[in-house]
Design a protein around this ligand. Structure first.
Ligand SMILES: C[S@@+](CC[C@H](N)C(=O)[O-])C[C@H]1O[C@@H](n2cnc3c(N)ncnc32)[C@H](O)[C@@H]1O
Length: 270
């Protein structure tokens, strides 16, 4: 099964982008799972929804948690899954929005969702949140960029920024993510207790790497969506814009991203 509406790629560049992005998040947040989520019980079950490459977040956990922890990943496509994984990691193909596996609903002590920008439609994350509720007493950790807080930064006042500013603006128009800012209230409206809301601006040391990730993402969009279904020449036009943007990066400007982590807990059964 492969979701033809997925707007990014699934080849090696895309896999490398996701894996690098994982390290950017981990380096900057200082953790993989939020420190307020207890990881004490030896039979803890953890789900990674829309797991992507299927290993990068799990390998980070598997290295530090007992092998009795069960780590289950789901994605609508297995194209980026590896052949070899730790024994306590299993990966499945499942559509988290339309038809999640029934055995997964309400089953997990911890549910992890990261980077669903570009998958959530109508600015509404509820369909996903409803399907993948953790079990009573369980936790959900959802991590997204807050695109509305993107800033263009420069190492020198004379570095050009015009194309970067346009890229940032276009990303915000193309992928409306006002739901990211509201995630806390959406959690609350679903009866989840808020355990943490952390925002962290990516360190300026990592801003170039992060901008390179954004450039790759947009290049994937050009070939996955614009070349296939866009107006003639629109994919090429976007690739030219990315090239012009990257010339500004080479002169010391980049985009500074804000990371947001929301952790909620489902009420324990009375
Ligand atoms: C941007 S990637 C993020 C991957 C991973 N969470 C990470 O942080 O590295 C989004 C992933 O969501 C998956 N996806 C898209 N629609 C989905 C759906 N309806 N159900 C499950 N996964 C889906 C895509 O295949 C892709 O692997």
């Amino acid at each position: 099964m492969a979701n033809s509406t997925y707007i990014f790629g699934r080849g090696y560049l895309s896999a490398t982008r996701l894996n690098l992005q994982h390290f950017l998040w981990k380096e900057n947040l200082g953790n993989d799972s939020h420190p307020n989520i207890p990881m004490e019980h030896h039979n803890t079950k953890i789900a990674d929804v829309g797991t992507g490459t299927g290993y990068i977040w799990f390998l980070s956990l598997a290295k530090r948690l007992p092998s009795s922890f069960q780590l289950n990943g789901f994605d609508i496509s297995s194209k980026q899954y590896p052949a070899v994984l730790p024994k306590n990691v299993t990966l499945q193909i499942a559509d988290a929005l339309q038809n999640p596996p029934s055995e997964s609903i309400g089953e997990y002590d911890v549910v992890h969702i990261r980077l669903f920008m570009g998958v959530i439609s109508d600015n509404d994350p509820l369909p996903l949140l409803r399907h993948f509720f953790a079990e009573p007493g369980g936790y959900i950790q959802w991590e997204e960029y807050d695109l509305s807080a993107q800033k263009v930064i420069s190492s020198q006042p004379s570095s050009p920024t015009k194309n970067l500013a346009e890229m940032s603006e276009r990303m915000q128009t193309r992928w409306p993510t006002s739901w990211v800012k509201s995630l806390l209230h959406i959690f609350e409206a679903q009866g989840l207790e808020i355990i943490a809301v952390d925002t962290k601006r990516l360190s300026e040391w990592y801003a170039k790497m992060s901008t390179e990730v954004d450039c790759i993402l947009r290049k994937e969009f050009a070939s996955t969506v614009l070349d296939q279904k866009g107006p003639p020449g629109s994919g090429e036009e976007l690739r030219n814009q990315i090239q012009a943007t990257y010339e500004e990066v080479e002169q010391g400007s980049c985009i500074s991203n804000l990371l947001q982590v929301v952790v909620g807990r489902k009420a324990p059964q009375a």
